[in-house]
Design a protein around this ligand. Structure first.
Ligand code: CS2
Length: 491
């Protein structure tokens, strides 16, 4: 037996269930990138909002790269469970907000038609940083990226997220062009403005006649999203069966905490998210910066240095006092670059982060967060380094974090075992590692000269020198000793 609309009523009383307003809702949102994060975050808020206030805000979830989620959820009528894990134990709930799941490469016409339908009022996205195939700093698509090049040449058979989104927008424009909100939910600074620029740049090349409508009728609010959602583990499926009494192939696990702050700039209606804990604000920038630099910045530090020190998870890493000290050091450096965040005490926020990282039930693997560093590091660390250097302030903790990443990119751990580098620039890094395999300083120097990541910063001696020193130290003494030494030096 699978979890589906029929088996829903047989779930044990301990499992929270979607109400009928949710499971009978029409589709009002198309979501591109229906991974675990969306299912544990935006879909849960939407489920809550419909349960409370009704409305046709069902989600049509779209996968762009793999049919797995479609194949897991289609036989389950879109239903899946969220397992909330904490020291206090597990809580289970079935979520009904996802009313349909499509796999774009096989169902492109349907995806485009869903985006074009007037009943769709929001297209939201979680496709990860690299999914945008863009130079985020310059707000420009990577025109040479094979997916982007394909989509410019074959506008009717797009494979990239920009290509699919623009194809849907164009169809909507042709069909009387009802206003639409495009809501980016990825960890990029000013994510709405970035996506807006990318969509405009891409559309200029394919459908310049659509631009006035895009400017007039399509809004791209920015948003800060937060919930730690580790990859689903093999045991989760068995545990889901035990908790639900039926099989759930779409189960996701998540921490109890959640936050969603959205710029209040919608083109059309939206679910009653404001009634279920979502904050609507005039300016989301201070929230994004806080979260990217404090949470995600610390995550990446622990991912690389923790991994090298032999820790498997974030919870194990932060339970080592030397690592907690380094994380606090990084947070201090990041905090000095933040603007005041309305309604938020930054000291309390940081204490809460340390607690969240320490949640032993999460099982959030360092290797998962370590992926795609080249796409994450600029907004998590380098922005802080630039701003602090411009203000004449030190960058000790940021330099330690960057050195950890560079050492990790070497591709072999401290026991000489291979590390799988998952990154769009992995080929470039592997070539550098091969060329400078016996010379830590030249290796570090070559990585720092990767323009796409570091820009001019990598050639700035005040930045490069301390990073290179720490890379040497990491090769010589190992991550554990280097992090401990950082603590001794920084008091
Ligand atoms: C993590 C994020 O994988 C990563 O890079 O830092 O996915 C993080 O868990 C979320 O942003 C938390 O909201």
């Amino acid at each position: 037996m699978r979890l589906n609309l029929q088996s829903l009523s047989s779930l044990p009383a301990t499992v929270e269930r979607p109400n009928a307003a949710v499971t009978s809702a029409g589709v009002g949102i198309v979501h591109l990138g229906i991974g675990a994060f969306h299912r544990a975050h935006q879909a849960v808020y939407t489920d809550d909002a419909m349960a409370l206030s009704g409305g046709d805000w069902g989600i049509c979830g779209v996968s762009l790269k793999s049919p797995t989620v479609r194949d897991q959820l289609a036989p389950q009528d879109g239903l899946y469970s969220v397992r909330t894990v904490s020291r206090a134990g597990d809580a289970w709930r079935a979520v009904g907000a996802v009313r349909e799941v499509l796999f774009a490469p096989a169902q492109l016409r349907e995806v485009i038609a869903r985006i074009a339908r007037a009943e769709t009022q929001i297209v939201s996205l979680t496709v990860t940083e690299k999914g945008y195939c863009a130079n985020v700093g310059k707000r420009e698509p990577l025109w040479d990226h094979p997916d982007i090049a394909n989509d410019l040449a074959h506008a009717d058979a797009p494979v990239s997220v920009l290509g699919v989104l623009v194809a849907g927008l164009h169809e909507r424009y042709r069909k009387r062009g009802a206003p639409l909100t495009v809501l980016c939910c990825d960890n990029l600074p000013e994510n709405g403005a970035v996506l807006e620029a990318l969509v405009h740049r891409f559309s200029e090349r394919l459908y310049p006649q659509m631009l006035p409508w895009l400017r007039e009728s399509v809004r791209f609010p920015s948003a800060m999203v937060d919930r730690i959602v580790p990859a689903t583990k093999a045991g989760d499926l068995d545990d889901a069966k035990a908790a639900l009494g039926v099989e759930d192939h779409g189960v996701v696990r998540a921490e109890p905490f959640g936050q969603w702050v959205i710029e209040d700039r919608f083109a059309a209606a939206r679910p009653a998210w404001d009634r279920v804990g979502v904050q609507f604000v005039a300016d989301v920038k201070p929230f994004e910066k806080m979260k990217l630099r404090l949470l995600n910045g610390s995550h990446s530090l622990m991912a690389y240095l923790g991994y090298l020190a032999g820790y498997e998870t974030i919870a194990e890493t932060i339970s080592d006092p030397a690592f907690e000290h380094a994380v606090r050091g990084l947070m201090r450096e990041a905090e000095s670059t933040l603007d005041p965040v309305p309604g938020t005490d930054l000291a309390v926020y940081q204490t809460q982060l340390i607690e969240r990282f320490g949640n032993p039930a999460n099982g959030h693997r360092c290797a998962q967060i370590a992926m795609d560093g080249s796409q994450k590091i600029p907004q998590r660390w380098l922005a802080v380094a630039r701003e602090r250097m411009a203000a004449g302030q030190g960058i000790d903790a940021i330099a330690l974090a960057i050195a950890g990443w560079i050492r990790y990119l070497y591709g072999k751990d401290e026991l000489d075992q291979p590390i799988t580098i998952a990154d769009p620039l992995a080929g470039e890094f592997a070539a550098i590692a091969a060329k400078y395999s016996y010379d830590a300083l030249s290796f570090a120097d070559a990585v720092l000269r990767v323009e796409a990541v570091f820009g001019e910063l990598g050639r700035t001696p005040a930045f490069a020198a301390p990073v290179k020193r720490l890379v040497s130290q990491l090769f010589r003494d190992g991550a554990q000793a280097t992090v401990a030494d950082f603590g001794a030096r920084s008091g």
